[in-house]
Design a protein around this ligand. Structure first.
Ligand SMILES: [Zn+2]
Ligand SMILES: [Zn+2]
Length: 351
C-alpha cells in the first residue's frame, strides 16, 4: 500500500511529537496491519520519563508502544493463514529461530530478538505496521481489537501463572494490583486456581481487582499482608505467590506468606535491581523461585481465554487517548499512576 502515515515519536525525555513516514512495504512472509489500539506499558512510561531501561537507551526520535491490535489490510505472497479484513493481536518479538533458545522452544530468551519499542527497534504508536504473519494472531468475532492489544500484557500474566505451576484447588496471592498484577490474577482464575487474593496499598486498584474477579483483597497500608494471608488460609499459608510490585517489602512478604514447598514467581523489577531476602527461611521452607521474562507460546491460549469469557480483559482499561493526544496520554499516565491502571492509544478512527 502506498502513502504516508502518522507516527507519534518520542523526541526526548518527556517530549512527544509527530512525524509523517512511508507506510511500510510488506515482505513475502509479512502482513500489513492498520492499527486500531496500542496499549501504553510501564516500560513505555519508563523510557519516556528517564530515556533508558538498563542498557537500552532511547535515541530520539524513537517510537514507543508494543501492545498492538488491528486489522490486516495487505498480505505478503507466502502468507496463507491471514487475509485482508482479519482482526489480529500482534506478538511484538521477532526471534532468530535457530539459536539454542529458539530451538528448545524458549524463544523469549533468544539473544537476537527484535522487540517493538526496545531501543534501537521502533515501536508502534503509528497508523500501520508490517509484521511477520506468524506473529499475528487472528481474533475470534467476539474479541475486539482493543482486547487484541491487551493480549500482550495478559500473556505476561499467563506466563507468570504457568511458571508457578498454577492449578485447580490452590490458593494464590498476587502482590501488586497494577496492570500486570491484575492480568496475573485473571490468568490464575482462568487456570482454575480456587482462591486468588490481591495485595496493594492503593484502594482504587484493589477495588478494580475485586471488580475483575479477585476472591479477596488486602490493603497493605492498613493491614499486615502476611498475617491476613495466614488468617485467610487457616494458618497454612498460600500455595503460590506472584510478585509484581517489585519491592523488597512485598518480596520478603511472599517468603513469609507461602506454605512450605510452594512456588514464588518474581515478575516485578525492583528499582535498584537488588534486594535482601530471608534466604534461610526460604531454604527451611524449600521454596521454589521462578522469574519471568516476557512470555512464550501464550497468545492462542490467552485469546481463547478472553473469547470464552474467562478473562474480562477490557475491564482493566481506565483511559483511552487518541494518537493526536500522545503527549497528553504519556503525561497523564506518568502523573496519575494511582488512577491509571491501563491506558491505551486509539489509533484508528474506525475502531
Ligand atoms: Zn508491555
Ligand atoms: Zn533465537
Amino acid at each position: 500500500m502506498d502513502g504516508k502515515m502518522k507516527v507519534a515519536v518520542m523526541n526526548g525525555i518527556g517530549k512527544m511529537g509527530f512525524e509523517e513516514r512511508e507506510i511500510p512495504k510488506v515482505k513475502e512472509n509479512e502482513v500489513l496491519v492498520k492499527l486500531d489500539y496500542v496499549g501504553i506499558c510501564g516500560s513505555d512510561l519508563h523510557y519516556y520519563e528517564t530515556g533508558a531501561i538498563g542498557d537500552y537507551v532511547v535515541e530520539p526520535p524513537f517510537v514507543l508502544g508494543h501492545e498492538p491490535g488491528g486489522v490486516v489490510v495487505e498480505v505478503g505472497e507466502s502468507v496463507t493463514h491471514l487475509k485482508a479484513g482479519d482482526r489480529v493481536a500482534l506478538e511484538p518479538g521477532k526471534t532468530c529461530g535457530h539459536c539454542e533458545f529458539c530451538k528448545t522452544g524458549r524463544y523469549n530468551l533468544c539473544p537476537d530478538v527484535v522487540f517493538f519499542a526496545t531501543p534501537p527497534v521502533d515501536g508502534v504508536f503509528q497508523e500501520y505496521v508490517a509484521h511477520e504473519a506468524d506473529l499475528c494472531f487472528k481474533l475470534p468475532d467476539n474479541v475486539s481489537t482493543l482486547e487484541g492489544a491487551l493480549i500482550e500484557p495478559l500473556a505476561v500474566g499467563f506466563h507468570a501463572a504457568m511458571q508457578g505451576n498454577a492449578h485447580a484447588g490452590q490458593t494464590a496471592v498476587v502482590m501488586g494490583a497494577g496492570c500486570i498484577g491484575l492480568v496475573s490474577m485473571m490468568a490464575l482464575k482462568a487456570m482454575g486456581v480456587s482462591k486468588v487474593y490481591v495485595v496493594d496499598i492503593m484502594q482504587k486498584r484493589l477495588d478494580k481487582a475485586m471488580e475483575l474477579g479477585a476472591d479477596g483483597v488486602i490493603n497493605g497500608a492498613e493491614k499486615d499482608a502476611v498475617e491476613e494471608v495466614l488468617r485467610l488460609t487457616g494458618n497454612k499459608g498460600c500455595d503460590l505467590a506472584i510478585e509484581t510490585a517489585g519491592t523488597q517489602i512485598t518480596t520478603v512478604q511472599t517468603i513469609h506468606m507461602t506454605k512450605k514447598g510452594s512456588d514464588i514467581v518474581l515478575v516485578g523489577y525492583s528499582k535498584s535491581g537488588e534486594m535482601t531476602l530471608p534466604m534461610s527461611l526460604a531454604l527451611d521452607k524449600e521454596l521454589t523461585f521462578k522469574t519471568v521474562f516476557r512470555y512464550r507460546h501464550i497468545y492462542p491460549m490467552a485469546i481463547e481465554a478472553v473469547a470464552s469469557g474467562k478473562v474480562n480483559l477490557k475491564g482493566i482499561v481506565t483511559d483511552i487517548f487518541r494518537l493526536e493526544e500522545a503527549q497528553k496520554a504519556m503525561d497523564y499516565s506518568v502523573n496519575n499512576k494511582a488512577d491509571v491502571v491501563k491506558a491505551v492509544i486509539k489509533i484508528s478512527e474506525e475502531a
